[in-house]
Design a protein around this ligand. Structure first.
Ligand code: FAD
Ligand code: EGU
Length: 471
């Protein structure tokens, strides 16, 4: 299409670059507002693609993502095609499984199929007469002054396209963002973590799920971790997280087996010995990157959303959810400023940057925490403590994951509240601790130990303090 053709329309043209999860959803939001929406996606249409990837890859969808889907009337449909996960199932090394609920009855997250979600969003976007999907359009370059974009197609042909607003939804390695990087006062940081991930499929057993389906299965092993989410076809997609150097140390099928024998023995019969030996080498481990930047906009011309603005490591299950929430936040600001882009774009940056940076930090924090000391016992203990304190003081102490997963509390406020709660909890522990020490000292004073053979044994002192303190 020639620029003139688009410009001749009265409606403002919004070019959404990237037809992934956030791009396709954003197309619906802009179409609803009456813009002329053009989506440009580098890949072919995944709904009609001949080479279909056999495996299903899934994602955890929670409240923020669902809220965004609700805005475009897709919530029920997507939820009905998802599998509710009411609890985590923690797999200990000895094979013991312990469930920890996510919340009260009726509070759950959903395992949704990424490809299916993307297809449904594209189909929904297409139902608007003012939306056009352009597949096989790869953005090669664009000009931040004029807003002119150059797309290349599989056959090598190039096209120049103009739009009133460019919305960069082209993922963690965004081409749109490249022009931001050339500008003054643009902040940017990217960090690759030492871990990679690998997806393995756990087939159905006797025609049914090999493990309980309505759980997010977790094998926490400090530096190694595996997570499994259920699929509608009764398979589970297992994601193994471990440092690249450990991935590289394993070079033969037998070594894979040996590794699983040591860390995930209960998963071996469920994935299958032969499948495991083979699947491990099908694809190399994938990298994970965290990207933070600001501002998210250039004048009234261009704005970044989703992973293009904030790729986060997957250790909070929030990347897509945050990207979907970006669309709601932008939409609300559009309402507030009557679609005046010169006002809306700076306001969007002002409002959204602190929240996206907060979730990027939280996800990275959780990665470091899990890697440092989260084995199954510690994970269980921490979640029990969190849930117990919430049970005792439901209004004062709300677990961080609850605010992140089941509310639309602004991410940066969730972090502030969490830090405040930690202070309260630590003070509580401190007072209990001082109380115990004072009480214990008093009892020791009244019943002095045998002074003849004093030798200081800290462990014994503690045991004594504890037993006298509680008796
Ligand atoms: P993408 O999904 O990457 O889509 C970008 C699109 O842009 C693609 O279709 C691409 O083809 C297209 N594109 C790229 N370059 C160009 C170009 N030059 N021209 C035209 N088109 C282009 N999030 C959750 O909420 N829950 C989870 O449980 C979860 N689990 C995850 C597990 C793993 C292992 C990983 C890695 C991520 C996980 N995420 C999860 C994060 C989630 O995958 C991303 O946040 C989400 O896919 C971002 O969507 P997006 O549309 O911004 O980017
Ligand atoms: C990682 C990879 C458990 C899908 C964080 C919890 C994730 C997901 C947790 C992946 C964990 C970790 C939370 C949810 C979710 C937990 C959460 C992580 C989905 C703090 C497909 N994480 N994930 N936290 O609480 O809030 O259960 O690949 F192991 S869902 Cl790392 Cl709620």
């Amino acid at each position: 299409m020639e620029p003139a053709e688009i410009k001749s329309e009265k409606k403002k043209v919004v070019a959404v670059v990237g037809g992934g999860l956030v791009g396709a959803l954003n197309a619906c939001f802009f179409a609803k507002r009456g813009f002329d929406v053009q989506v440009y996606e580098s890949r072919e249409d995944i709904r009609t693609a001949k080479v279909v990837k056999g495996r299903s890859i899934n994602l955890a969808l929670s409240h923020r993502g669902r809220s965004a889907l609700k805005h475009v009337g897709l919530e029920e449909k997507i939820v009905s095609q998802g599998i509710p996960m009411h609890a985590r199932m923690i797999h200990s090394l000895n094979g013991k499984q312990s469930p920890i609920p996510y919340g009260k009855k009726g509070q759950f997250i959903l395992s949704v199929d990424r490809a299916n979600l993307n297809k449904q969003l594209l189909t929904e976007a297409e139902t608007y007469p003012n939306t056009k999907l352009n597949f096989d359009h790869k953005l090669q370059d664009w000009n931040a002054e004029t807003g002119a974009m150059t797309f290349v197609r599989a056959d090598g042909t190039k096209q120049q396209i103009l739009a009133d607003l460019i919305v960069g939804c082209d993922g963690a390695f965004s081409s749109i963002r490249k022009q931001f990087l050339r500008r003054s006062r643009f902040n940017y940081s990217q960090t690759y973590i030492p871990h990679g991930y690998m997806e393995l499929t756990m087939p159905p057993r006797d025609g049914d799920f090999a493990m309980k389906p309505n759980y997010l299965h977790i094998w926490p092993r400090n530096t190694f971790m595996m997570i499994a989410l259920p699929n509608l076809d009764k398979t589970f997609t297992c994601t193994l997280f471990m440092p690249f150097e450990n991935f590289e140390e394993i070079t033969t099928g037998d070594e894979v087996l040996e590794f699983f024998q040591k860390y995930f023995p209960d998963a071996i019969p469920l994935i299958g010995v032969e499948a495991l030996k083979c699947d491990y080498f099908r694809l190399p481990a994938q990298a994970m990157v965290s990207v933070k930047c600001s501002p998210y906009h250039i004048a009234d011309k261009c704005v970044l959303m989703g992973d293009a603005a904030h790729a986060v490591v997957p250790f909070y299950g929030q990347g897509m959810n945050a990207g979907f929430e970006d669309c709601i936040v932008f939409d609300e600001i559009m309402d507030q400023f009557n679609d005046d882009l010169s006002e809306v774009l700076p306001e969007y940056t002002r409002v959204r940057v602190p929240d996206d940076h907060a979730i990027a930090d939280l996800a990275m924090y959780n990665y470091i925490e899990m890697r440092a000391h989260v084995n199954s016992k510690w994970f269980l203990f921490r979640k029990y403590v969190d849930n117990f304190l919430h049970f005792l003081m439901p209004r004062t102490i709300v677990p961080l994951y609850t605010m992140v997963t089941f509310t639309r509390t602004r991410y940066h406020q969730a972090v502030e509240r969490w830090q405040w709660q930690n202070k309260v909890i630590n003070r509580g522990l401190f007072f209990c601790g001082t109380g115990a020490v004072l009480g214990g000292s008093y009892l020791l004073f009244k019943n002095p130990p045998n002074v003849d053979k004093i030798h200081i044994d800290v462990e014994k002192m503690w045991n004594r303090l504890l037993s006298t303190g509680t008796s």
